[in-house]
Design a protein around this ligand. Structure first.
Ligand SMILES: [Zn+2]
Length: 282
């Protein structure tokens, strides 16, 4: 879809099953047709999508969140897997064309695609010409968590590869809200992690938000607490309330990172004043 000079496209890596120990596996979407009878779904695992966002004005190409990046590595087991690079090809772009990677936060499922292992088995940035924009608070928190090895399913940091980016000074650490470029704002929300940020895209009239894990799917619109997943449920609730109120008023397009089916849309309210998702504006 278009917002002013920007084209926004979701780069879907497909369907995944997230197990309670934090591991992911690729999932056959057909299993969702029979989810109630599935032996693991819901009990031991949950199904989710992984959908980074491409924001492009034709000259500057930006990726928001980097996905799991399966299949990027040399000798990867997942050669036929959809990842950022295979998705960009669809839009005639190569990794060299990306100049900015925005990271909502550094959890593995959002940041693993930032790097890959090249043919000489060296860790290299997936996007050689990009700066990787992340909140300073997020990096500091990730370092602390990584050292203390506290493990929460689906909310873990695996920094070994990202240290390479840090050593090569590829990160741009920012401190709070920031206008990245005319029409693209980064908003520090905290909540899910202390340094979690979301992306607002606007031409002054139309608005869109890329919500990261503040609101991971359309099913989280009215569920304010993700007690097991959010670092500070209270802060998450406060940020969600504010952003949703704003997005409803603006009739902004919302882009979800983990949805299975309704990956984007506009906000409406049902009879009980709960938020629901309307169809995409064309
Ligand atoms: Zn997360």
């Amino acid at each position: 879809m278009k917002i002013g000079r920007f084209t926004l496209e979701q780069l879907s890596e497909g369907f995944f099953e997230l197990f309670k120990d934090g591991t992911f596996s690729k999932m056959d979407p057909a299993r969702l047709n029979n989810a109630a009878e599935d032996p693991t779904l819901g009990r031991y695992s949950s199904a989710l999508g992984i959908d980074p966002l491409l924001i492009s004005d034709g000259t500057t190409h930006i990726v928001a969140d980097a996905g799991l990046g399966w299949g990027l590595d040399q000798k990867s087991l997942y050669n036929e897997t959809s990842n950022l690079i295979t998705n960009l090809e669809i839009f005639g772009l190569t990794p060299d064309d990306i100049s900015i990677v925005i990271l909502t936060h550094l959890h593995y499922d959002h940041a693993a695609g930032c790097t890959r292992v090249d043919s000489s088995f060296k860790t290299t940035p997936t996007f050689p010409n990009a700066r990787y924009v992340v909140q300073k608070k997020e990096w500091e928190f990730a370092l602390k968590e990584f050292q203390s090895k506290s493990e929460i399913s689906g909310a873990d940091y695996r920094l070994d590869e990202l240290f390479r980016l840090a050593a090569d000074e590829r990160f741009e650490f920012i401190d709070g809200n920031k206008t990245l470029t005319d029409g693209i704002d980064l908003i520090l929300t905290g909540g899910h992690t202390p340094g979690h940020q979301i992306v607002k895209i606007t031409d002054g009239i139309q608005m869109a938000y890329f919500l990261g894990d503040l609101i991971p799917t359309e099913h989280h619109l009215n569920h304010y607490a993700m007690k097991t997943l959010d670092f500070s449920p209270l802060e998450a609730k406060k940020s969600k309330t504010l952003i949703l109120r704003e997005a409803y008023r603006e009739q902004a397009q919302l882009f979800f990172y983990h949805s299975l089916f309704n990956k984007n849309g506009l906000l409406a309210k049902d009879r009980n004043r709960n938020y629901i998702l309307k169809e995409e504006r064309r």
